[in-house]
Design a protein around this ligand. Structure first.
Ligand code: PXG
Length: 288
């Protein structure tokens, strides 16, 4: 496996970044998780735009233009001869002396890892997930806005630990007001009376690229779509619930906090959305 670091490809064993990199020392940096399907980088522009927006918010200068980043990513995919891949771009503040001040770092470090995709068991998509809400609240927008996909994922990791401690795979996190935000690495959507409802990013969630794709598909299926704040009550009384994310794609949820969702089986609209999503993925992105 070859890994891209600052303009060069290294063998996996040689792919190393300094312990003085502020990404390591302080979680100071941003990242993206992208997938390719049949030699097509799914929603490439959307992911790169989100990466550059995240960097702008934390005042991190990425030393490549968006086009150069796209070329570097495709060169890495080709070097590894991957047609279906998981792509991780990491841009950290870079090498610098100890101390928080980002001015200590002269140049950001850019890493691109492309790997074979680890698929979730097929049975999860047929049987659905059981999830819980956890005590850890999602970061407040005024502390560390979850719209920034930063290297600081401890908030999400705390949620994940609580889910695992309770024997389930995912956790719904609420904000300080008790509104549903998102899961640890996925957005949450519900269906009620043929309406697909997601969480608006201003409430404090990552603007989900998979979620937006699912909403586009749903509109073509003549479902009405809306993003608005909702609570656990709306989840407990929903007809269907699903999670969306680059890694999981669209995954049905059949139980939340011990309450069966709808009938307790995977809902018909979720099933159709999963099918349509899978059909669309290799046609919607940058081919290589
Ligand atoms: N919320 C959070 C907090 C995320 O990290 C999503 C929602 C879904 O967003 P997209 O745009 O992917 O639909 C994410 C995405 C990983 C991994 O390696 C995590 C994500 C994406 C890809 C890989 O754990 N998170």
């Amino acid at each position: 496996m070859k890994v891209y670091i600052d303009g060069q490809l290294y063998d996996k064993e040689q792919a190393k970044v300094s312990v003085f990199d502020h990404g390591y020392l302080y979680g100071d940096g941003v990242f993206e998780g992208i997938r390719s399907y049949a030699r097509c980088v799914f929603k490439c522009k959307e992911h790169l735009n989100r990466l550059y927006d995240s960097a702008k918010v934390i005042m991190l200068q990425i030393p490549l233009s968006v086009d150069e980043m796209e070329s570097a990513m495709i060169a890495t995919l080709k070097a590894n001869d991957l047609s279906d891949a998981y792509i991780r771009i990491v841009v950290s503040r870079g090498y610098g002396d100890l101390g928080l001040d980002p001015r200590k770092c002269k140049k950001a470090t850019v890493v691109i890892i492309t790997d074979a995709i680890a698929l979730y068991p097929a049975q999860l998509y047929e049987k659905g997930l059981e999830i819980i809400t956890v005590p850890t609240r999602r970061n407040s927008t005024e502390a560390l806005n979850p719209q920034v996909k930063s290297l600081n994922y401890l908030n999400n990791i705390m949620g994940k630990i609580e889910a695992v401690n309770h024997g389930v795979q995912e956790a719904i996190m609420l904000n300080q007001e008790g509104y549903v935000t998102e899961c640890t690495g996925d957005n949450v959507l519900l269906i009620k009376n043929n309406q697909l409802i997601g969480v608006p990013s201003w409430l404090g969630v990552l603007e989900g690229i998979t979620e937006n794709t699912v909403m586009d598909i749903a509109r073509k299926m003549r479902l009405t779509c809306e993003k608005r704040p909702f609570t656990r009550y709306d989840i407990y009384t929903a007809d269907e619930v699903m999670l969306t994310g680059t890694a999981a794609e669209v995954i049905p949820v059949v139980k939340v906090d011990g309450r069966p969702v709808g009938t307790g089986a995977v809902g018909p609209l979720t099933k159709r959305l999963i099918e349509e999503f899978r059909k669309s993925v290799s046609q919607d992105g940058v081919k290589y």
